[in-house]
Design a protein around this ligand. Sequence first.
Ligand code: 13P
Length: 252
Amino acid sequence: MKIPFVAGNWKMNLSVDEAVKFLQDIKGKLPDPKVTETCIAASPLFLESMIQENVGSSLLISAENCFYEDEGAYTGETSPKALHEMGVTHVIIGHSERRKYFNETDDIINKKVHAAFRNHLTPIVCCDETMSRRESSDRISWVVSQVTNALKSIDPQQAQHIIVAYEPSWAIGSGKTASTDEAEEGCYLIRQTIADLYSDDLANQVRVLYGGSVNDDNADEILAQTDIDGVLAGGASLKSDSFLKLANFLQK
Ligand code: 13P
């Protein structure tokens, strides 16, 4: 049985002290990781302190991004190898904000997925959908191509561990959550794409998340959908009490 996955993406928010205080606040209050896995993705500046504070907790610590080479002359980039060595287990790849502000292409994202697996990090691959794409006729093909390109040359042993998040950018930070039908439709489309690339069995093992204005009020309805195995929350993950509500919502 798939274990639901509740993740927070802090983006470029909070301070090291606030990050550590957050972990202190949630200690002992997270669900059993056999029931729900929980994860926070934070700035590389916070990760060392968070990992130290997190000892004994089931919270998984994720980076928000990494580079696609392990080391070398890449000023300002974050090494996936160093992330693994410091105890990070997950990494978000291809968030719509990275596609939009840092010109990340499908090719770069695919290289990063390879780099994550090479360094024993679980990639949380984000699949965007802009409003103009949503309203256009190539909407489905765009979602399909993002997933297909991200997974290029990823073998089934690796692919079964990937986490994919349907994160329509029109719903991110806008307070405009996708309806449950829209969220389910996007996640279903991602799962079908994975089934076409690999197999139904493998697609059913992969956890597909929804992200975009998730909060304590809408999470239970979203999480009740067949193809939604968890959430990737931005704003609602910044406060320990709202993150704990999300983490403890799941009944699946
Ligand atoms: P919000 O929950 O703030 O809309 O952000 C979603 C997101 O981008 C998570 O990666």
